[in-house]
Ligand binder design. Sequence first.
Ligand SMILES: Nc1ncnc2c1ncn2[C@@H]1O[C@H](COP(=O)(O)OP(=O)(O)OP(=O)(O)O)[C@@H](O)[C@H]1O
Length: 255
Amino acid sequence: MSVQDAGKTYAGRSGAVHAVEHADFDIDEGDFVSLVGPSGCGKSTLMAMIGGLEAPSTGRIRVGGTPVDGPRRDFGYVFQDATLLPWKSVLDNVLFPIRAHRRPVTEFQPEAERLLRLTGLWDFRDKRPAELSGGMRQRVAICRGLIHDPRLLLMDEPFSALDAITRDDMNLALARLWDQQQRRTAVFITHSIREAVLLSDRVLVMNARPSRIVADIRVPLVRPRHAGLQEDPVFNQICAFVREKIHEGHGGHDV
Ligand SMILES: Nc1ncnc2c1ncn2[C@@H]1O[C@H](COP(=O)(O)OP(=O)(O)OP(=O)(O)O)[C@@H](O)[C@H]1O
C-alpha cells in the first residue's frame, strides 16, 4: 500500500488543525507496521485515512493498487474498545462481518473455530461479551477483525485499556496469530515502544506540530516472535533507538 503526501486538516473552533501533514511512505504486503508518537500527533487520523474512515485533505492513499475512498470489505478494523455486540455470543461476534457482508456464514465457521482456538477462546464461544474479561473481549475483537482474512488489518491502540500482565499476554497472542496468519499487512497504533518493537517489521515514529513521520525504523528480529526476545540486547537497542527518535521529535517529553 502507498500513502502519497497525505494530509488532513480539520476545521477546529479556533482555526484549522493540521492533524497530519505530508505523510509519504509505502508498506510492503505482509509487513506489520506500528505508528508511535506523542498524544495528538495524528496517528489515529492517519490510520483513519488509510482505512477509508476519513478522507485525506491532500494526497492519496492506495491499497492493493486501488485508491481508498471509503471503508472496505477487504480491511479489518480493531479499536481501543472492543465494541462487541452485547447480545450476541463470542462466536456470533466473530462471524459478524461475514453476516454484515452477506457472505455464507457456514463457510467461515472453520476459520472462526481456528481463530478462537488460537486465542484460547473456543471454550467461551457461547458466552456473551459481558461474561468475559477485558483481555478476552479484545481477543474476540481481533478474531472478528481477521475472520474474513483481510488484506489489511488496522488496529488503533487495541490493548491500551488492559493491565500490564494481560497486555503482555495479548502481545504474544497477537504475535502468534500474526505469524500463523498468511502474513497479511497490518498497521498498529500504540503508545508502548516495547509492544511496537515486539510485534512489528517496521516502526514509524510521528511527531506533533508539525505532524510528520520523523523516523522509519526496521525491526530485524526473527519470526516467530516470542516472549524471550524481550531479553535480547538487540530488542532493547531497537527500543532505545525508537525512544530516542520520539524524544528528538518531542522536545524530550515522555510519550
Ligand atoms: N474530528 C476532529 N475535528 C477536529 N480536530 C480533530 C479531529 N480529530 C482529531 N483532531 C485533532 O487532530 C490532532 C490529531 O489527533 P489524533 O487523534 O489523530 O492524534 P493521535 O496521535 O491519535 O492521539 P492519541 O495518541 O492521543 O490518540 C489533534 O490535535 C486532535 O485534536
